[in-house]
Design a protein around this ligand. Structure first.
Ligand SMILES: CC(=O)N[C@H]1[C@@H](OP(=O)(O)OP(=O)(O)OC[C@H]2O[C@@H](n3ccc(=O)[nH]c3=O)[C@H](O)[C@@H]2O)O[C@H](CO)[C@@H](O)[C@@H]1O
Ligand SMILES: C=C(OP(=O)(O)O)C(=O)O
Length: 426
């Protein structure tokens, strides 16, 4: 277990540069096994999910090498391997090996994925998609065993029952080399899905309509990477630092941002009265003395992201009045509430509604990061609080926040990581 020790209450200032998007990266790495040539990814965040995915690649005889933020993956000597629980359950995105291995080998054996404990996270829509393409899927004691008939996977029309990022991506990965045309209706529109499609199209795939609710895929025989792919900036990491900057009092420049990806989030900051200067690829947060409470409802993209529901909470605690939060994607995503209350926050949850009252004085406490965004929320609260905050299970924060301790040091924060890195590596 790792602990993040924060001596809070300091005024922060300076610049922070956002890394590549976790949710793109964790799809791009499994997607790399579809290539017949080595793949180069640029702007790769230094996070635990990447280390764990590389370790899974190694089990398939796929080599990878990371130099700063450049990751080279060589799948040319790939061998089929079963991917049981263990490493696979260390993160959510391991489920992308189902689609990617189906595309590459026509079969896959993958344990049930892990990831954040934020309420039920079924994968029925992924399975429905694979089955529509002709695959046979069996769940044997938590192992998902997927096989294809001799004639291979065949394009099909798939209507997703709900908008799912994971199911949209997994169907793309399985369909990209299937015979004929696949149409995904009610597809998710997240920027990370567009990033994945850009990567695959540059390798010869034919995927159209990403970013809309209808995606069309014409299957191709081979995929070959010719250029390095630069991963889009992480909009959730950006939102986290913007929330920290605004709550801390401003004078922070957040660089490497695609502000359009944060429209719903920025609209809320504007409504609250946060003083922002939005540049071409950066946002400057200026001091904002009078903050107003706002209500938040999380929705699929382009709506307000569930992954920013917890990181914006410490900012709401700085505003006057009552804010109400409804997370329609993960109504049980409330692991931060009891921990914030320990720090003196006035926050409650009732019938899947979260109520935040501004104005309470935060004090340092011993708290637990049960999942990544609960951890990010507690990290911001710890930086705002007087005294020392110790966040247990900080490894959950490191799953998705690129070089977070170093970035906070650059802003003048007093933070320290202690404890063993229990990262699973073979
Ligand atoms: C690695 C990654 O990209 N993770 C993101 C991805 O997770 P993930 O892809 O797991 O989330 P989904 O978009 O699939 O989930 C959306 C909703 O659909 C439900 N659902 C989903 C699939 C399914 O087969 N059946 C089903 O019922 C889920 O329980 C949830 O309520 O999108 C979430 C929603 O934006 C984000 O919080 C996660 O950060
Ligand atoms: C829920 C998240 O991640 P994952 O899907 O990887 O668990 C997240 O990034 O907030």
């Amino acid at each position: 277990m790792q602990k993040l020790v924060i001596n809070g209450g300091k005024k922060l200032s300076g610049e922070v540069t956002i890394g590549g998007a976790k949710n793109s990266t964790v799809a791009l790495i499994p997607a790399a096994i579809l290539s017949d040539t080595p793949v180069v990814l640029d702007s790769v965040p230094q996070i635990r999910d990447v280390k764990n995915l590389r370790s899974i690649l190694k089990d398939m005889n796929v080599t990878s090498e990371m130099n700063n933020d450049v990751l080279r993956i060589d799948p040319t000597e790939i061998q089929f391997a079963e991917l049981p629980s263990g490493k696979v359950s260390s993160l959510r995105a391991s489920y992308y090996f189902m689609g990617a291995m189906l595309g590459r080998f026509g079969k896959a054996v993958v344990g049930f994925p892990g990831g954040d404990d934020i309420g039920p996270r079924p994968i029925d829509q992924h399975i429905k998609g694979f089955e529509a393409l002709g695959a046979h899927v069996e769940n044997k004691h938590g192992q998902i065993i997927i096989t294809t008939p001799e004639e291979g996977l065949k394009g099909a029309k798939i209507f997703l029952d709900m908008v799912s990022v994971g199911a949209t991506i997994n169907v793309i990965l399985a369909a990209v080399k299937a015979k004929g045309t696949t149409v995904i209706e009610n597809a998710a529109k997240e920027p990370e899905i567009i990033d994945l499609a850009t990567f695959l199209n540059n390798m010869g795939a034919v995927i159209r309509g990403v970013g809309t609710e209808t995606i069309r895929i014409e299957g191709v025989d081979t995929l070959r990477s010719n250029n390095a792919h630069t991963i889009i900036p992480d909009r959730i990491e950006a939102g986290t630092y913007l929330s920290l900057a605004a709550a801390n009092g401003g004078d922070i420049l957040v660089k490497n941002i695609i502000s359009e990806h944060l429209d719903a989030f920025l609209a809320k900051l504007d409504e609250m009265g946060v003083n922002l200067e939005v540049g071409e690829d950066s946002i400057y947060v200026k001091p904002s003395p009078d903050l107003k409470a706002v209500n938040i409802k999380t929705m699929p993209y382009p709506g307000f992201a569930t992954d920013l529901q917890q990181p914006i909470t410490p900012l709401l605690m700085r505003a006057s009045g009552e804010a109400m939060i409804v997370d329609t994607i993960y109504p049980k995503r409330v692991k931060h509430i009891s921990q914030l209350a320990k720090m003196g926050a006035d926050i409650t949850s009732e019938n899947d509604l979260i109520f935040v009252h501004g104005g309470a004085k935060l004090k340092g406490a011993n708290v637990t990061a049960d999942e990544i965004r609960a951890g990010a929320c507690l990290m911001i609260a710890g930086l705002l609080a007087d005294g020392q905050t110790v966040i247990d299970h900080a490894e959950n924060i490191l799953r998705g926040y690129d070089q977070v301790v170093w970035k906070l040091h650059c802003l003048g924060a007093d933070v320290k990581l202690i404890g063993e890195d229990d990262l699973i590596e073979s």
